[in-house]
Design a protein around this ligand. Structure first.
Ligand code: GLU
Length: 609
């Protein structure tokens, strides 16, 4: 994210930020006279093994915040919330208190996995046709993105609150202190952040409160400059002192509602108004939920149930791989890279067909059937080891009766997908683990910063399908009153004999599902180390688009896949994974990206020499 500078400041949980090396004036600082930034010569290390606890996130400042909390005796949940709050400061375009997410937790004592659904929620006035023009055609997608209409009631601050009260030992007041300090002092901008701002500059300039922070003087802060956000520091302070009530029933909430209903725009710019009300914010509830569960080769795979499709789809992909093994008599671990990716692509396309047809925030989603091995065994009859199925592949019948009928019924096409979000994971010395994926949907969300409060509002409601994706096929993901849009976020925890074995998560819109499934299959089926599984070249097949990174697309592996009928598209980067592999009850390997998006940050409390 940010480039190293000669200022090294580590964020300490209780008091925050002690400058450790180098003169504070050495960093280039365009906003003269301000406090020295939270710089980092904190090295970006993609893989680290050791004890005492572990954190993996996309940013070293944020991982350090988590490690500081663990060192102070915090739980995995304490550290996860503190890390998330810090990420929302140093990578503010991918998450924050204007958004939502899913928190998956394993309790070392009870040995149980539980989840929190902190997804954004549609206003009570929403209905199936809210994104249709008067003539019945879908509204222009980007117009809706950059507007009040795409903003759902945010769930992230409430998720932090519930996570701390349920699984934590520290208060929101303590936990948000480091992030508040980072927001106030700022961080040093690197190429990735600079480019993200440039990419968003046009739409940020539509909203003066956004431009004021991210386009000071009309342009993004240059690489090496300092990005500060005193308004966000104020918002964190407000949460610390008044609790999340301020956001749901208090003055921060009032500011959100005012801005959504009538966004403040630059002269000459008009955008659709939103429908969110104070009553919608007040009614918001984090939903504690049972996780999805499936068995895979003696491991227990846990993930996020609806409104995410992540847990269901990841389990179905893994079940299908197991079923293909049964049918072919071959093992995934013995396949060549191209053979494996063919299997993986076929499994993914089938899982996406079922996800698109059956999964949404509606009653009666057949989660247990979709994640059952029997359903996958019936589905796998369509698999040909030599040839890709024609896309889109049909969806199956998760009806509990798997007598072996081998016909799919109808098709369900891929809806659009985004590319933002962040995922982090933490383990503590008591054996608790967390995987937490949070988002504001697109990079930069709706583009609207709440004036005076410094955080971007989500555009999560564009995750609804604007119109049914396939005529004549029921669509569980149409907008509705108080409904939560379907997500692909897939924070996952894999257990072996009841103990943590692996955690995994990633951003990347619908590619999240394939990235997380690839990380889990990489470790469990292919026998890779967790670092290698995160770094491995990725392919994302989603029952329509089939994308591959260069190490697949432009090599013999891609050629072999094409010879089997795969129509690949070049996508330079897929996902931004984080994972932790538990090697023993007191030893972990944390893993983040070595290179994608400038690389992530893995840390442990006591590194092994
Ligand atoms: N809004 C997306 C989802 O919930 C995530 C955004 C992204 O990663 O692009 O699936």
């Amino acid at each position: 994210m940010k480039t190293p500078t000669t200022v090294l400041a580590l964020v300490a949980a209780g008091g925050v930020v002690a400058a450790l090396a180098g003169p504070a004036t050495a960093a280039p600082n365009p906003t003269r006279g301000g406090p020295p930034p939270v710089g980092h010569e904190i090295p970006k290390v993609p893989v680290m093994t050791g004890g005492g606890g572990a954190v993996a996130s996309v940013d070293p400042i944020a991982s350090q915040v988590g490690i500081d909390i663990l060192e102070k005796g915090g739980t995995a949940a304490d550290a996860a919330v503190a890390t998330a709050a810090a990420i929302a400061t140093v990578e503010p375009y991918s998450s924050g208190i204007g958004g939502g997410g899913f928190f998956v937790h394993y309790d070392g004592q009870s040995k149980k996995v539980t989840t929190l659904d902190g997804r954004e929620t549609a206003p009570a006035t929403f209905h199936e046709k809210v994104f249709l023009n008067p003539d019945g055609t879908p509204m222009d997608f980007n117009t809706v993105v950059n507007s009040g209409l795409s903003v759902g009631a945010p769930g992230t601050a409430a998720t932090w609150d519930v996570a701390l009260k349920t699984y934590g030992s520290m208060s929101l007041n303590q936990i948000l202190k480091p992030a508040e300090e980072i927001a106030r002092k700022g961080f040093v901008v690197d190429q990735t952040f600079h480019q993200d701002t440039l990419d968003n500059a046009k739409r940020f300039s539509m909203f003066p409160a956004t431009a004021q922070i991210y386009l000071p003087g009309g342009a993004p802060v240059p690489v090496g400059g300092v990005q500060r956000n005193p308004d966000l520091a104020k918002a964190y302070r407000e949460l610390r002192t008044h609790g999340i009530a301020s956001l749901h029933t208090g003055r921060m909430g009032a500011a959100i509602v005012e801005e959504v209903q009538d966004p403040t725009t630059a002269p000459g710019v008009t955008v659709p108004k939103g429908q969110l009300t104070a009553a919608d914010l007040a009614a918001y509830k984090v939903r504690p939920k049972a996780p999805t569960h499936s068995e895979h080769k003696g491991f227990d795979v846990y993930g996020m149930d609806t409104p995410s499709s992540g847990g269901i789809a990841v389990s179905e992909i893994l079940n299908l791989l197991e079923s293909f093994e049964e049918r072919t008599g071959r093992q995934v671990k013995d396949l060549s890279e191209a053979e494996y990716l063919h299997w993986f692509s076929e499994a993914s396309a089938m899982a996406f067909a079922d996800r698109n047809r059956y999964v949404g925030d509606v009653p009666g989603v057949p989660t247990a059937e979709l994640t059952s091995q029997e359903f996958a065994d019936e589905r796998s009859c369509l698999f040909d080891p030599e040839k890709a199925q024609a896309r889109p592949v049909p969806f199956g019948s998760p009806d509990g009766s798997y007598a072996g009928e081998c016909a799919g019924s109808g098709t369900s096409l891929l809806p659009g997908d985004g590319g933002s979000t962040t995922s982090l994971t933490v383990a503590d010395k008591w054996g608790d683990v967390v995987t937490y994926t949070l988002t504001i949907e697109q990079y930069g969300g709706s583009g609207i910063v709440v004036p005076g409060w410094g955080f971007l509002l989500n555009n999560e409601l564009t995750d609804f399908n604007f119109a049914p994706t396939t005529p004549g096929v029921p669509d569980p993901n149409l907008p509705g009153a108080g409904k939560r849009p379907r997500s692909s976020m897939s924070p996952s925890i894999v257990l072996k004999d009841g103990r943590p074995y692996l955690t995994a998560g990633s951003p990347g819109g619908a590619t999240i599902i394939t990235t997380v499934a690839q990380i889990i299959a990489g470790v469990v089926d292919r026998g890779l180390s967790v670092g290698d599984a995160v770094a491995a070249p990725r392919l994302s097949s989603r029952n329509g688009a089939e994308e591959a990174e260069r190490a697949i697309f432009a090599t013999e592996i891609g050629a072999e896949l094409r010879s089997k009928g795969h129509v690949l598209r070049d996508r330079p980067v897929i996902g931004n994974g984080t994972a932790i592999r538990s090697l023993s009850p007191s030893l972990w390997t944390a893993a983040a990206e070595p290179t994608r998006r400038g690389g992530g940050s893995a840390m442990v409390v006591d590194p092994q020499n």
